[in-house]
Design a protein around this ligand. Structure first.
Ligand SMILES: NC(=O)C1=CN([C@@H]2O[C@H](COP(=O)(O)OP(=O)(O)OC[C@H]3O[C@@H](n4cnc5c(N)ncnc54)[C@H](O)[C@@H]3O)[C@@H](O)[C@H]2O)C=CC1
Ligand SMILES: C[C@H](O)[C@@H]1OC(=O)[C@H](O)[C@@H]1O
Length: 255
């Protein structure tokens, strides 16, 4: 129960990695406000997690929603200790075909939302002299995918936002880190890169551990970063990728 008496916000928490993060934080003693644009799924997630969880419907790319989310969290729980910036989307298009509005939308949701949520949450955390922000980045912060232009760009920005927020907030006792997952078995990855046997083979050929990750394996790292076990970590991106970032050639695939 490393997170007893802690209050957390997890964005994009109605499914996938966000729901796994919310669930693990609850398991470790935290009470959690789940935020998502999908209201039905958000309430279903809270049903699953029990009394330690609440849901607030918010589009975290919109400042008014973010401010309302933080206010609702303070109203419900009285404080804010942990923020997991997890909400994210992708959009597949070749570089020359990508529409401006699609670029803008992905950057707004994947990157600007993390700035908005971090700024609003940090203003509360610094009142207590402590806090922890965890940003969900990706191996694609460093490994580009040709038809995922705004996704790749947004995740590179997430790593730099993590660093600049960390150095800006350190004197207030607020730590800021990121997790860079590899390919994790969620709806986003199934749509984006696991849609065919060939695509799956390509991913596995670049993954030394020989498998995609599970959302719970990412959530375990989030719980670590949120805990005092990570008290001397800030400004870092931890890649939970099955070895993808360590690899510069392909590996045999066990089908
Ligand atoms: N699945 C994977 O292989 C990887 C995922 N990631 C990152 O992990 C995070 C979560 O990804 P998944 O769980 O796979 O995705 P997912 O698509 O399963 O879940 C994303 C959740 O975010 C919510 N969401 C989307 N836009 C939102 C907004 N504007 N405001 C609030 N909620 C919003 C969606 O409703 C959904 O519930 C994303 O940031 C993604 O980029 C990073 C590396 C690998
Ligand atoms: C959209 C990506 O391909 C997906 O999300 C990530 O960050 C991983 O690279 C997954 O493959």
């Amino acid at each position: 129960m490393r997170l007893a008496n802690k209050i957390a916000i997890v964005t994009g928490a109605s499914q996938g990695i966000g729901l796994a993060c919310a669930s693990r934080l609850v398991q470790e003693g935290a009470r959690v406000m789940l935020a998502d644009v999908r209201e039905t799924e958000g309430h279903a997630a809270v049903e699953q997690l029990g009394a330690a969880a609440r849901f607030f419907c918010a589009d975290v790319s919109q400042k008014a929603d973010v401010d309302a989310l933080v206010a609702a969290t303070l109203e419900a729980f009285g404080q804010l200790d942990i923020l997991v910036n997890n909400a994210g989307v992708t959009h597949a298009a070749e570089f020359l075909d990508l529409a401006e509005e699609d670029f803008d939308r992905v950057l707004r949701i994947n990157l600007k939302s993390m700035f908005l949520c971090s700024q609003a949450a940090a203003r509360e955390m610094i009142k207590r002299g402590s806090g922890c922000i965890i940003n969900m980045s990706s191996v694609n912060a460093e490994l580009a995918i040709p038809n995922q232009v705004p996704y790749v760009v947004s995740k590179g920005g997430v790593n730099q936002l993590t660093r600049v927020a960390a150095i800006s907030l350190a004197s207030h006792g607020v730590r800021v880190n990121a997790i860079g997952p590899g390919t994790i078995l969620t709806e986003l990855a199934k749509k984006a890169v696991l849609g065919s046997p060939e695509a799956r083979h390509t991913i596995l050929s670049r993954t030394p551990l020989g498998r995609c990750g599970e959302p719970e394996e990412v959530a375990a790292i989030a719980a670590f970063l949120a805990s005092d076990d990570a008290s001397y970590l800030t400004g870092q991106t931890l890649y939970a990728d099955g070895g993808r970032m360590a690899l510069n050639y392909t590996v045999p695939v066990q089908e």
